[in-house]
Design a binder for this molecule. Structure first.
Ligand SMILES: *Cc1c(COP(=O)(O)O)cnc(C)c1O
Length: 299
């Protein structure tokens, strides 16, 4: 589907920022650069879902997210470009006055927003609730929260095409783990993978993620859960300082929810000796910049 043009994805060397005496090299795969709106990993998780919706003759998609969900903006914009309408089931109630920038963007891309209580939202994977939604909204292709399904993992696996052959370690920020598991399934198992969970106690995701990876590929990966900075979408002065410092040095903007935390963690883990000498790290810039506070990079 020609929603995003299939151009090369840049790999930026940031080794200078991570200068170390172990000869470790660090680069970022700039998935944030594939499109100004449909950013980063979200496109890869959506592409086969949208393809299925179009080829099966659906007229609209429906998906789930919170008020700060990068997935919702990407889904709304990608659906619009695919000629589909879109419905967003939003967790919690948000008055018109206090709509987040993210939700305003969703509406600008034609998404119809339906606010539900946290209790109802918790049914997002419940077959009866999904059936009920299919009845309420006819001809609708349902995409799970975060694009977390087999089609999402398949698309995420295609990111591997862009991973340079000399990498020894891949670092990926983890929300649902869909992107991570899709890549682990498709990537040479010799390449080690570290997932950086961005919520408190993110280790709980590992068991569920493992279920989506065939046994032969379910090796040489782990989750690192120390760099949540207080919890999902929480920040500290130290994190914001790091993100600005990184930007000043590399000219690469990181987002405060995912990639900022990962790149901070990478620096600390290099200094702890976690990565072997001469390791070649590729960190995925998964996008998310639409969610940054205005003026983050103004000095
Ligand atoms: C959604 C998101 C992630 C998490 O992806 P999962 O596949 O849910 O683990 C990582 N980084 C950014 C910028 C995101 O928007």
């Amino acid at each position: 589907m020609a929603i995003i043009s299939d151009q090369a994805i840049p790999v930026d060397n940031v080794s200078r920022f991570y200068a170390n005496d172990q000869d470790i090299r660090v680069a970022m795969l700039r998935l944030d650069q594939i499109d100004p709106v449909i950013s980063g990993n979200k496109w890869f998780k959506l592409k086969h879902n949208l393809e299925a919706a179009v080829s099966k003759g659906y007229r609209q998609i429906l998906t789930f997210g919170g008020a700060y969900s990068n997935h919702m903006v990407a889904a709304a914009a990608a659906a619009q470009r695919a000629g589909l309408s879109s419905i967003g089931i939003i967790r919690g109630f948000h008055g018109q006055q206090q709509l987040s920038t993210t939700l305003k963007s969703c509406m600008a891309y034609g998404m119809a927003l339906h606010f539900v209580s946290r209790e109802t939202y918790a049914l997002k994977n419940d077959p009866d609730y999904l059936q009920q939604l299919s009845t309420t909204f006819a001809h609708t292709y349902i995409i799970p929260e975060g694009g977390d399904n087999e089609a999402g993992r398949k698309g995420a696996g295609e990111i591997v095409t862009w991973i340079p052959g000399d990498c020894t370690h891949i670092c990926v920020p983890v929300g649902t783990g869909t992107t991570f598991t899709g890549i682990r399934k498709a990537l040479n198992v010799q390449v080690a993978m570290t997932g950086f969970t961005v919520m408190k106690g993110g280790q709980y995701l590992a068991a569920d993620m493992a279920q989506h990876i065939p046994a032969a590929q379910n090796v040489n990966w782990r989750l690192e859960d120390r760099f949540h900075f207080g919890g999902f979408a929480k920040t500290t002065g130290e994190l914001l300082y790091f993100i600005r410092d990184f930007y000043t040095d590399t000219h690469i903007p990181l987002d405060i929810v995912y990639t900022g935390k990962m790149m901070f963690g990478v620096r600390q883990m290099i200094s702890e000796g976690y990565f072997p000498e001469k390791a070649t790290l590729l960190c995925l810039h998964t996008g998310g910049l639409q969610g940054n506070p205005a003026g983050l990079f103004d000095v």
